[in-house]
Write a protein that binds this ligand. Structure first.
Ligand SMILES: NC(=O)C1=CN([C@@H]2O[C@H](COP(=O)(O)OP(=O)(O)OC[C@H]3O[C@@H](n4cnc5c(N)ncnc54)[C@H](O)[C@@H]3O)[C@@H](O)[C@H]2O)C=CC1
Ligand SMILES: O=P(O)(O)OC[C@H]1O[C@](O)(CO)[C@@H](O)[C@@H]1O
Length: 388
């Protein structure tokens, strides 16, 4: 069995690669990095180690790699694959779509069997978004045929894999916990048998629970930690203010999730505690700048901060703590992050009101707009007087 996986990065090698290997797939990674591709092809194996006291390791064999610019070879691989997965980042999906479309065209011509393409990204509807991009490169007839044989099941993926700092370029250290939930109702043909994938018929509650708890909570720790000049997630979560505000944030999103999806409140409380415990994992050193990376994406209307804040209002929940994190994200000025730099220069040139509208999509008439603005001004003055 062959799996073609786009993105040989942390989640690609450390999570999806491990599970696909254990399920018996040969993996062909596709990446833009010459260095990664060459090293994977030279060794054809790599190590995944667990960030825990035991430091258990797994060797992932049977791996090869292609450069994404080698379009003919990538399309050929897709044409003969049993599964296609991605972990490249939400903003990259549109760039890998044309070559996936090429592979689909070859497959349709050869009357190949049904194939599923699963985007494993931190976003709602990742595979559906990828499908839309792929369809832009298919003509009407190809789209019709693709609809019958190419499934794009949406997924939620959860495993913390920090930036890697090893002499071995392929080694990847990951937290022991993982969760990979896939919408079975969007699968076409045989359901991929991968131990570790949980198939559900309605992904909505799972992806919102994950994105609005793990990722919202993580973003809260990252942006508040950054404001307080704390470099790593484990340092930040040890700060009582950061911990207290993160818990408040997770109770706001929790109230929304319980009201909307009818999760059991006691079980949800346990879920929150489990996630905060994962953030405290002493065997993981995760930089706040990694977890807070790409603030434009994280501030967008459907993502982990503004998404639950807008929905909370609809359920009569005031997102005060969420507004604090949104304000902190607007203050995130990590100099190595191009999206942070763009927000900061927009604020400088056009003012905070214009920036809130542009990056969150919230209209100035919304009560959330006023709440974020007020919180931003308060936090900024506290920073200026060094009282935060
Ligand atoms: N790191 C984590 O703990 C988690 C990350 N995710 C999601 O997984 C996705 C990937 O994240 P990471 O693995 O952390 O990032 P990463 O930066 O480690 O990996 C991304 C990989 O994609 C490659 N890439 C970029 N453009 C490409 C292209 N056009 N074609 C092929 N490959 C390309 C990069 O070279 C890199 O190797 C993101 O959507 C992220 O939100 C989800 C859950 C956990
Ligand atoms: O990968 P993103 O979407 O930039 O955000 C980082 C987040 O994703 C994770 O990497 C894993 O879910 C978390 O560490 C963090 O919440």
């Amino acid at each position: 069995m062959l799996a073609v996986h786009f993105g040989a990065g942390n989640i690609g090698r450390g999570f999806i690669g491990q599970l696909l290997h254990q399920a018996g797939y040969k993996i062909c990674f596709v990446d833009v990095s010459d260095e990664l591709v060459a090293e994977i092809n030279r060794r054809q194996e790599y190590t995944v180690s667990l960030a825990s006291e035991e430091k258990t390791t797994f060797t992932i064999h049977n791996v090869t790699a292609l450069l994404s610019k080698d379009e003919e070879a990538v399309a050929e691989a897709i044409a003969s694959a049993d599964l296609v997965t991605t972990a490249v980042g939400p903003n990259i999906l549109k760039f890998i779509a044309p070559v996936i479309a090429k592979g689909i065209q070859k497959r349709i011509k050869a009357e190949g069997k049904a194939l599923n393409v699963i985007a494993c990204e931190n976003m709602i509807g990742g595979s559906s978004a990828l499908k839309s991009f792929v369809y832009e490169s298919l003509n009407e007839e190809e789209q019709k045929q693709a609809t019958l044989v190419i499934g794009f099941p949406d997924a939620a993926v959860d495993r913390i894999v920090p930036l890697q700092k090893h002499d071995d370029k392929l080694w990847v250290t990951v937290e022991p916990f993982y969760e990979w939930v896939v919408n079975q109702s969007q699968v076409l043909g045989a359901v991929p048998q991968v131990e570790g994938i949980t198939y559900v018929s309605d992904l909505g509650p799972f992806i919102e629970r994950k994105l609005f708890t793990v990722n919202t909570g993580h973003a809260a720790v990252a942006y508040l930690g950054y404001l307080l000049k704390l470099g790593s997630i484990d340092q930040a979560i040890q700060n009582s203010y950061v911990l207290d505000m993160t818990e408040k944030v997770l109770h706001e999103t929790g109230a929304l999730l319980i009201a909307k999806h009818h999760f059991d409140s006691k079980q949800h409380e346990e879920y929150i505690h489990k996630i905060i415990k994962r953030f405290k994992n002493p065997y993981i050193s995760d930089e706040v700048t990694r977890v807070g990376r790409s603030p434009i994406r994280k501030l967008s209307a459907k993502d982990r901060l503004v998404g639950p804040a807008l929905q909370a209002l609809e359920y009569g929940i005031t997102p005060s703590a969420l507004s604090l994190v949104i304000a902190a994200a607007l203050l995130f000025d990590s100099k190595d992050d191009p999206e942070a730099a763009e927000i900061q220069s927009h604020i400088k040139e056009n003012g905070i009101e214009a920036a809130i509208q542009k990056y969150t999509g919230i209209s100035s008439a919304s009560p959330l707009f006023a709440l974020i603005l007020e919180t931003y001004k308060k936090v900024k003055s506290q920073i200026n007087s060094a009282s935060i």
